[in-house]
Design a protein around this ligand. Structure first.
Ligand code: B16
Ligand code: MG
Length: 214
C-alpha cells in the first residue's frame, strides 16, 4: 500500500458544513452592512474563526475593538451551531462512507485534522464520533492552516511518518499545511482547481485507489 494513514479535513471534505459557514458569515455581514460574497468566502476555507472574522471585516468602514470582535465571532458561531444542530448521519455522503469503510477494512489508520472548534460536535451529529483513530481540531492547535500544526499532531497521534500519510483537503490553506508538514495531499473542490496538491480528485472514491497503489 502506498499510504498507511489518511488524515481528512472535515468542513468541505467529510461534510458540506462549508455551506453553513457561508450562510452564517453572510447573516452576520448583512447585519453589519458589510458586503460578503463567494469570493470572500473562499478565503475563509480552512482558516480559524478569528482569522475568518478579520477577513470579513476588511470591507467594514467601522473599526471593532478586540472585545467587540470576540462578540461578533461568537454571534457567527451561534448562527453556525444552529445549522449544525440539525445535522444527522444522513448528511454524510454515501461515497464518503463507503470510502471510509473500504480504507478501514484495508487496515488504513484514519484521522481528522480540522481547524474547527466544532469538529467533535459535528462528528457526533453525523454518527462518526467514535469512528476515527485520532481527531485533532481547532481546540488542539495554536496556529491554523496553512501552518502544518494540525496535521503534524494528527500524524503523531497515529504514530506515523509523514511519507506514510495522505492528507485530504478542500482548501488551498489546507494543502499548503499538509505540504509544510511533509505530507502528500489529495485535493477536492477549490483546492483541486488550484492544481497545487499531489493529487487533484474528481471524486472522493479515488482516495481508495490512491492509497492502495503499490
Ligand atoms: P469554527 P476545516 C475550518 O474547518 C473551516 O474550513 C473554516 O472555514 C472555519 O473558519 C474553521 O474551520 C474554524 O471553524 O468556527 O467551527 O471553529 O476545513 O479545517 O475542517
Ligand atoms: Mg475544509
Amino acid at each position: 500500500m502506498r499510504y498507511q494513514a489518511v488524515i481528512f479535513d472535515l468542513d468541505g471534505v467529510l461534510v458540506s458544513t462549508d455551506r453553513y459557514h457561508f450562510l452564517a458569515w453572510k447573516q452576520l455581514a448583512d447585519r453589519l452592512g458589510i458586503p460578503f460574497d463567494e469570493e470572500v468566502n473562499r478565503r475563509l476555507r480552512g482558516v480559524s474563526r478569528m482569522e475568518s472574522l478579520s477577513i470579513v471585516l476588511e470591507r467594514s468602514p467601522v473599526c471593532y475593538s478586540a472585545e467587540e470582535q470576540a462578540r461578533l465571532a461568537e454571534e457567527k458561531n451561534e448562527i453556525y451551531r444552529g445549522f449544525l444542530s440539525r445535522m444527522t448521519p444522513a448528511d454524510v455522503g454515501r461515497d464518503v462512507l463507503s470510502a471510509l469503510f473500504a480504507l478501514r477494512a484495508a487496515g488504513v489508520k484514519l484521522a481528522v485534522g480540522s481547524s474547527s472548534a466544532n469538529a467533535k460536535f459535528i462528528l457526533q451529529k453525523i454518527g462518526l464520533g467514535e469512528f476515527f483513530d485520532a481527531v485533532v481540531d481547532g481546540t488542539d492547535i495554536t496556529r491554523s492552516k496553512p501552518d502544518p500544526e494540525v496535521f503534524v499532531k494528527a500524524r503523531e497521534r497515529l504514530g506515523m511518518n509523514g511519507r506514510d500519510c495522505l492528507v485530504v483537503e478542500d482548501a488551498v490553506a489546507g494543502v499548503r499545511a499538509a505540504q509544510a508538514g511533509g505530507m502528500d495531499c489529495a485535493a477536492l473542490g477549490d483546492a483541486a482547481e488550484a492544481h497545487i496538491a499531489t493529487y487533484d480528485l474528481g471524486q472522493f472514491s479515488e482516495i481508495v485507489q490512491i492509497v492502495g497503489r503499490d
